[in-house]
Design a binder for this molecule. Structure first.
Ligand code: KG4
Ligand code: ZN
Length: 333
């Protein structure tokens, strides 16, 4: 049994899984409502709230699973990337529990958690594939040959996909976080109402760029009617289409270039309903197998951290207690 904590940004989460990766209990305390009034995550506020919730979450998952602390074989926590003051709460707690219980500690890379999340919930084991990870802070394509063997195929040169959703949502007057707000309105809008730019860079590039889209929306702003729900829905649908088309086409291109037939998509943006539909359609056309992280495992959670820790633990890997948090922890060295 492994107990994992996640506190890299604005969700405090705990989860328990078996050493072979089956999730037994999981709980998340979201701070979205707290940060909404600031229009984004305030690091100091986030870390204070992690402190308030972390102990209760540990007790909650132990109670849910009906196990005692002494039954836990290893303690894990996200050690990066993320906000330093937030990462410190989860890692300090996991290290303290490991010391008290005389059990190993595992530092987990948050992006590896996202990367492996599509293999959870019965889709395992993790295997050869091309992965698109789309979160609030990262957009990348990874070629995975096995657990721990990752090659970076491409990443964003500027904004992450989630960041583009959030920043554009803010510009058009929608609350934080903007991704789900745009998703919801896009369902009633016309994706071809506005011809927003798609940045494919050169045809074979696996890098992304979303800053041009943001600028295009900014220039359109004076002409847009944000008060009429149907015009707003059209803008949302058109923005979503511009972002998702690039994501889907680059994933398909990455599969073609690597020769892989299994593709996975994870991270908060993979909850986007327009993206999920588009992905399935294109993968069917291309004869690609698609594994999507379950929506509750797409946004930040500790279950994916526990699952990743279990993969590492099974391979005999643990971390030194001296392992520090790293706000820029790379997934690929
Ligand atoms: O993976 P995640 O929970 O946290 C990070 O590691 O960043 O991703 C959060 C991001 C936010 O930018 C949020 O707006 C976006 O995921 N997001 C969505 C949707 N749900 C969450 N973006 C588009 N459509 C959604 N339904
Ligand atoms: Zn994340």
């Amino acid at each position: 049994m492994i107990l994992a904590l996640e506190s890299s940004c604005d969700e405090t989460a705990a989860a328990l899984c078996t050493a072979d990766g089956e999730i037994i209990a999981a709980a998340v305390a979201s701070q979205i409502e707290i940060h909404r009034r600031y229009g984004g995550v305030v690091p100091e506020v986030a870390s204070r709230n992690h402190i308030l919730h972390v102990r209760a979450l540990v007790e909650q998952v132990l109670a849910q699973a009906g196990v005692r602390l002494a039954d836990v074989e290893a303690f894990a926590a996200t050690s990066g990337p993320g906000l330093v003051s937030s990462l410190l709460i989860g890692t300090s707690m996991a290290k303290a529990l490991a010391v008290a219980e005389k059990k190993p500690f595992l530092a987990v890379n948050h992006m590896e958690g996202h990367l492996l999340s599509p293999f959870m919930a019965g889709n395992g084991p993790p295997r050869r594939s091309v992965a698109l990870i789309v979160s609030g802070g990262h957009t990348m394509l990874i070629h995975m040959t096995e657990v721990g063997a990752y090659r970076l195929l491409g990443r964003t040169r500027d904004d992450a996909a989630g960041e583009a959703f959030d920043k554009i949502a803010k510009m058009i007057g929608l609350p934080y976080p903007g991704g789900p707000e745009i998703d919801q309105r896009a369902a009633q809008g016309r994706p071809d109402a506005h011809a927003f730019p798609r940045s494919f860079l050169d045809g074979r590039s696996l890098e992304f760029s979303f800053s041009g889209l943001k600028t295009a929306v900014l220039y359109e702003l004076p002409k847009l009617n944000l008060h009429d729900p149907s015009s707003l829905a059209d803008i949302c649908a058109s923005v979503q289409e511009a972002i998702c088309e690039v994501l889907v086409e680059k994933l398909v291109l990455a599969a073609r270039l690597t020769g892989e037939t299994l593709v996975t998509v994870s991270g908060g943006v993979s909850c986007n309903r327009g993206l999920r539909v588009k992905l399935q359609k294109r993968c069917d056309q291309e004869g690609l197998n698609l594994l999507l992280a379950r929506p509750d495992l797409s946004t930040d959670n500790a279950a994916m951290i526990a699952y990743t820790a279990a993969q590492r633990f099974q391979r005999g890997q643990t971390s030194a207690l001296e392992t520090d948090v790293d706000p820029n922890l790379p997934l690929v060295a």
